[in-house]
Design a protein around this ligand. Structure first.
Ligand code: FAD
Length: 455
């Protein structure tokens, strides 16, 4: 049984007796295993002796470009292969997702969907609900603890949400077995109009920014995600606690692109990490994966203006405004930042890693963003620049984590610190950041990563 805390009935109607399938509209949880929405659809279908049809509507997503679509489509090609092998139908069409789901709902006994926290994801679900004459059940599968089970309000900081999550996370860390399929979907003849066997051709036919191209560093799909996770747990997890502040040490898990596209479940990751011996490393990884990540979900879910400067804490906006006129020894605009052309070779290396590979270590993301604040004409401009670059170049961009962490640079979920020019009492980050790790080794690594992308 899928836990009741993950389940929300969006349209309450009895399942239709006359039906060809149970429909799962896949959107956030783009995976064929460890997907509670899919397993719930299978449970329902097995009880009704029907097959499951999974549909995916390929539509415009704010700020998504060829880098993002390439990764997503390759992941979906694997989803289709795995579903077909399991006997589950899969259809993908160029369509607003809610329109495709509504169309296919006409032959469905009931409809299942997954959950996302961004505005567009919530709007799509709300549009499907309008006038739908089928049972619609939402299953929340991309967080460990469902957002409304953690708290009913916007949390102030990690320290306020942490005890709430810790109190109940064991209740939500359940293994999820794949259900056997009672009725296979092989006989369904519903056709796709997107050819997942030719991703470059699909990309060429989309109206998207093609100047931000695919990356080689991350192989898309749940198989690649699991392989990376296993390698991380075996090789790097033991050092994660001590060395996660060192970008050149290679101890990060690189799970964020996979989590962003729902290609791996955070519960699956957490259970795998918890099988490792107890240690500071294990605790510190679970802190990032669950507490920090789910604080971001809380922010996106309970703060409708999560993508705007105006919702930042008042103390932070006030102190930044008070210091907006402070002299800035270095001043750049978006074009110079994006070209990695500042006076700081370490900052430039971090920006080049992001441009070439779609990824940057957490510690460097902090430095990268704090410096944009310090070297921009004003805080609002810095906020816009950081968010735009973050969402354009990171493979894991456009995520609740993106908006929340960019907000953190400007005081969100933080407290006042000792005053500094430009920052006021918002936390600053200085050149001593690079004294704590081998920054030159990092710069050499970036050159190697860039060469690998070109080669
Ligand atoms: C300015 C700035 C911008 C950021 N932008 C994004 C973004 O666009 N998308 C994104 O997913 N993350 C973002 N982060 C959070 C974090 O840097 C990345 O999630 C992390 O670096 C991803 O690498 P990893 O998977 O190897 O991390 P690991 O260190 O291996 O951590 C494992 C997982 O824990 C979560 N996690 C780790 N650090 C954080 C954190 N500080 N806050 C919330 N969750 C965390 C992520 O889901 C991550 O995949 C940003 C952080 C900063 C400071």
């Amino acid at each position: 049984m899928i836990s009741a805390a993950r389940l929300k009935i969006l349209v309450d109607a009895p399942p239709r007796a006359e039906a060809s399938y149970v429909l799962y509209w896949m959107q956030q949880s783009q995976r064929a295993e460890f997907n509670p929405a899919l397993e719930y659809a299978l449970e329902q279908a097995n009880a009704l002796n029907l097959p499951v049809l999974v549909c995916f509507g390929l539509a415009a997503f704010p700020e998504a470009n060829a880098r993002h679509y390439d990764f997503m489509l390759r992941g979906l090609a694997e989803v289709r292969r795995r579903l077909t092998a399991r006997g589950v139908g899969f259809v993908i069409r160029k369509s607003p997702p809610h329109d495709l789901a509504r169309q296919l709902a006409a032959d469905a006994a009931l409809v299942v969907c997954d959950r996302g926290y961004l505005k567009i994801q919530r709007t799509w679900r709300a549009k499907l609900v309008e006038g739908l004459d089928r049972r619609l059940v939402q299953i929340e599968g991309d967080v460990v603890v469902p957002v409304e089970a953690v708290t009913q309000k916007h949390e102030y900081a990690a320290r306020t949400i942490r005890p709430r999550i810790h109190r109940i996370w064991d209740d939500h860390l359940d293994q999820l077995e794949s259900r056997a399929v009672r009725r296979r979907a092989d006989h369904l003849t519903i056709t796709s109009d997107v050819d997942l066997d030719d991703v470059p051709k699909v990309l060429a036919g989309l109206k998207i920014d093609a100047t931000v191209g695919p990356v080689r560093r991350f192989v898309a799909g749940e198989g690649a995600a699991r392989a990376r996770l296993e390698a991380f747990i075996a090789d790097a997890l033991p050092r994660y606690g001590a060395e996660r502040g060192k970008p050149e040490a290679g101890v990060a898990s690189h799970m964020s692109p996979y989590l962003h596209f729902g290609q791996i479940s955070p519960v699956e990751i957490a259970l795998a990490v918890r099988r490792a011996p107890a240690s500071d490393s294990r605790a510190s990884y679970l802190e990032e994966l669950i507490v920090r990540r789910e604080l971001a979900m809380n922010h996106a879910f309970y703060e409708p203006g999560y993508d705007t400067y105006d919702i930042l804490p008042e103390w932070a906006r006030k102190t930044l405004a008070d210091h907006a006129g402070d002299p800035r020894p270095h001043l750049y605009g978006r074009a110079q930042f994006e070209a990695a052309e500042t006076h700081d070779p370490y900052w430039n290396a971090a920006m080049r890693e992001m441009l070439a590979t779609g990824y940057m270590h957490n510690h460097l993301r902090m430095y990268w963003g704090k410096k944009i604040l310090q070297w921009s004409a004003g805080p609002e401009e810095a906020f816009e620049t950081t968010l735009a670059l973050n969402n354009r170049w990171f493979l894991d961009g456009r995520d609740p984590n993106s908006f929340t962490n960019v907000g953190w640079l400007f005081g969100l979920h933080d407290r006042p610190w000792g005053p500094q020019p430009v920052f006021g009492t918002v936390r600053s980050m200085g050149a001593n950041t690079f004294k704590k790790f081998d920054a030159d080794a990092y710069v050499r690594q970036v050159a190697t990563l860039e060469a690998a992308e070109q080669g």
